[in-house]
Design a protein around this ligand. Structure first.
Ligand code: BES
Ligand code: MN
Ligand code: MN
Length: 461
């Protein structure tokens, strides 16, 4: 049977199986879902075995387990290592979902006229890693797997992959491969295929500002004491100047600036500012002076408040000056910036700018390094050729603004390059309510992946 015929005759089952795993709320951030995360690891292992893996095991780590699977057909042939994650983001805010996050439904949208599957994890990353499992099954059952394949599907990506580096260190031999494939990114549009060639790093901190030692009556004390919420807002406002340039001393020291040629090349990727504004209903774009919107979104570092709280936020009014105010702040980093160094620079800066009326505390959360992936490798060429065949258009290289810190770890620890082979769309609402994944994208992935194997092995010879 041909690959295409196999996919066509198993289409419905491929979708039903995805629906089943989307029902498991494998939220790594919330300990209340620990059993579900473990259940999802077991399900992933079972699916790998059913698809034809010789071996699939749930490997313990100090956190959630990593599922490893392999099919070794001939050790003299190349080996492809597929990485994905089976954990998902929390579904909050629940009331903004049109249907429950873990009860998948299929609905048509303007962008997905063939339908999309709505559920937390549909695109990030269950729908995407599962394409690899189904593509593998397809190759196994059509006698077309041309090389060895290994899978590592982890359960802590959404909380910073803290145990993955250790796992890579301890299992270098087991994970030996020629290339890593990661489907956890996207394409520009369903009629504009693209390949992600860069990711940003991340430094994430939580800040706490303490004023008086207890909450105070805002009439009796207001006007004469430091209000930590006001002060936190002023401090945050000062973190960027009028050019939206980040004011943390030393922040830009190590930033890799792109050459004029590289920027000109980047500008060729299609981007509609009007369409962008419309897609998220904003009156205007914002950002650093001197850079285009696509540049601000990918090759420039950022600083954003992700959450801010303090004082009274319940019903009605309460006249109070809070003792404490808090914020969570993320900085997206670009190649050559070091997340540990940036976190330290931020901490020093934030302590320096605090007025002496308050105490501040900066707590670092997880971080990760940026990555750029080569476009001249055999693996990139093979992905490009595979996509050109299924989309009828040569994919364009694009730098993404998102982060997948393990891509830098794969290179550092295993010495392996990654190809980012994602099929999602920015409009798929990953991490947001009503996350979805197009059926077109799901099946296109399953169809394109076996072609990658074919061309990769051919070109390797
Ligand atoms: N799959 C995303 C990252 C992504 C999405 C990159 C789309 C490029 C395009 C991944 O699951 C993710 O959400 N990463 C986190 C970082 C992590 C350290 C929590 C992110 O980017 O916020
Ligand atoms: Mn992801
Ligand atoms: Mn994610």
């Amino acid at each position: 049977m041909s690959i295409q015929d196999y996919i066509t005759s198993n289409k419905d089952r491929f979708l039903e199986e995805l629906i089943d795993i989307l029902k498991i709320p494998s939220i790594s951030a919330d300990p209340a879902y620990s059993d579900d995360v473990h259940r999802m690891a077991e399900a992933t292992k079972d699916h790998l075995l059913k698809a034809g893996a010789d071996k699939a095991i749930v490997m313990e780590t100090p956190g959630y387990p990593i599922v490893y699977g392999e099919k070794i057909i001939d050790t003299s042939l190349p080996t492809v290592l597929v990485y994905g994650h089976y954990d998902v983001q929390p579904a909050d805010p629940l009331d903004l979902w049109d249907s429950p996050a873990f009860e998948p439904v299929i609905k048509k949208t303007d962008i997905h006229p063939d339908g999309a599957i709505f559920a937390r994890g549909a695109c990030d990353d269950k729908g995407q890693f599962y394409m690899h499992v189904k593509a593998f099954e397809t190759m196994m059952n059509t006698d077309s797997l041309p090389c060895n394949v290994k899978f590592i599907i982890e359960g802590e990506e959404e909380v910073g992959s803290e145990n993955l580096d250790g796992f890579l260190e301890e299992n270098k031999e087991l994970l030996a491969a020629d290339v890593i494939l990661v489907s956890d990114t996207g394409i520009i549009a369903n009629d504009i295929p693209s390949i992600t060639t860069g990711l940003r790093g991340l430094s994430y901190v939580e800040v706490e500002v303490t004023g008086p030692n207890r909450d105070l009556h805002s009439g009796l004390y207001g006007g004469g004491v430091p209000n930590p919420i006001n002060i936190l807002c002023e401090m945050i406002a000062s973190l960027k100047n009028e050019h939206q340039h980040i004011t943390v001393e030393g922040f830009y020291d190590d930033v890799d600036e792109l050459s004029a040629e590289e920027r000109a090349e980047m500008a060729k990727a299609p981007f509609s500012e009007e369409g962008f504004k419309k897609s998220i209903d904003i009156g205007d774009v914002e950002g650093e002076t001197g850079y285009s919107v696509p540049e601000r979104l990918s090759i420039r570092p950022t600083l954003d408040v992700n959450g801010i709280w303090g004082g009274y936020t319940g019903e009605g009014a309460k006249t109070v000056i809070a003792s404490k105010a808090y914020a969570k702040i993320s900085m997206r980093l670009v190649p050559n910036q070091d997340s540990t160094k940036i976190t330290k620079l931020f901490q020093e800066h934030f302590e320096r700018i605090a007025p002496k009326s308050v105490k501040v505390k900066v707590t670092p959360h997880h971080g990760g390094e940026a990555a750029v992936t080569p476009v001249d490798s055999i693996a990139y060429q093979a992905v490009s050729k595979a996509m050109e065949e299924t989309y009828g258009k040569k994919p364009v290289p694009v730098r993404s603004g998102g982060s997948i810190p393990i891509v830098a770890s794969f290179e550092k620890i295993l010495g392996l390059k990654t190809v980012l082979f994602g099929f999602g769309l920015d409009s798929d609402a990953i991490h947001s309510p009503n996350e979805h994944y197009g059926l077109f994208n799901y099946y296109k992935g399953i169809e394109t992946i076996p072609l990658f194997y074919k061309y990769f092995v051919e070109m390797k010879k």
